[in-house]
Design a protein around this ligand. Structure first.
Ligand code: ADP
Ligand code: ADP
Length: 244
């Protein structure tokens, strides 16, 4: 069974919030379908405005689509009881492009990384610290960094913290929305390498949203190309796309 099935998703935004009764609808996604298998990374390529982030939000349960279904681990994400929704949400994490606005500047690295643990697991203070320390080391930082605040980290380091938070609950799928796009080239390569390693060791699946064809090739097993809200190319063998 596929881990994630996106079935005929269509979505539109109102052109004006204030005039929502009369505001016209602008189509953003049109009949988007694809699947992600366990342990696989699907690279979702497309230029700015193609609808990639909207699709990411639909998959994360953040934006209810006007049509279609998102089946995650056999459940229809927008048609489940709240308890199941909460359990599914735990297995579905996200890393956004903007590493600084993704974190609360008043929280320490420890608080940021422990947030999902606090939501789902009732850990003792000692266990919580130990888990955060392990997570920091898993993403190439030091346990001693846990008392530092976001502004004391570089962009690359902060993205590692966002990744640590995303893997804290050992999720099944992580939506990576342009996770390296605001980093310099050296850090882009380092973070992509880290993501590849974590995928292998933790058996993660990714939806990797990017406008960068090269980055997509580094960690994706298959590729989809979006244009004006539609999937215009879908390659289960990424080398096929490279050739075309
Ligand atoms: P709907 O009522 O169609 O579901 P929303 O409640 O999502 O639409 O509201 C959409 C409104 O949010 C738009 O009118 C727009 O002004 C605003 N908006 C928010 N983010 C964006 C964005 N990235 N691009 C354009 N408009 C945006
Ligand atoms: P991408 O991630 O490929 O750049 P997006 O999904 O962010 O594409 O945006 C697709 C289109 O939807 C764009 O035209 C954008 O302006 C519009 N859009 C995104 N979010 C909203 C919103 N909340 N309200 C209205 N329009 C939006």
């Amino acid at each position: 069974m596929s881990l994630l099935q996106v079935k005929d998703i269509s979505h539109a935004y109102r052109s004006s919030k204030r005039l929502w009764r009369s505001g016209s609808l602008t189509a953003v996604l049109s009949k988007v379908s694809f699947a992600i298998e366990p342990g696989q990374c699907l690279g979702l390529l497309g230029t700015s405005g193609a609808g990639k982030s909207t699709l990411g939000k639909v998959i994360l349960g953040m934006e209810r689509p006007r049509q279609g279904r998102v089946i995650f681990q056999g459940h229809d994400l927008y048609n489940v009881d709240p308890q199941t929704a909460r359990l599914l949400r735990r297995d579905l994490q996200v890393v956004f492009q903007d590493c600084y606005s993704s974190v609360n500047p008043r929280m320490t690295a420890e608080q940021i990384i422990a947030e999902p643990l606090d939501n789902y697991e009732n850990l003792t203070r000692v266990d919580r610290k130990r888990r955060v320390g392990e997570l920091l080391e898993a993403v190439g930082l030091k346990a001693a960094d846990m008392q530092r605040y976001p502004h004391t980290f570089s962009g690359g380091q902060l993205q590692r913290i966002n990744i640590a938070r995303a893997i804290a609950l050992k999720p099944k799928l992580i939506v990576l929305d342009e996770p390296v796009s605001s980093l310099d080239m050296v850090n882009q390569t380092r973070i992509l390498t880290l993501l590849s390693e974590l995928k292998a060791t933790l058996g993660l699946s990714y939806l990797f949203i990017t406008h960068d064809v090269k980055a997509a090739h580094v960690i994706s097993d298959s590729l989809a190309v979006m244009k004006e809200g539609r999937i215009v190319e879908l390659c289960s063998d990424k080398n096929q796309l490279a050739a075309s």
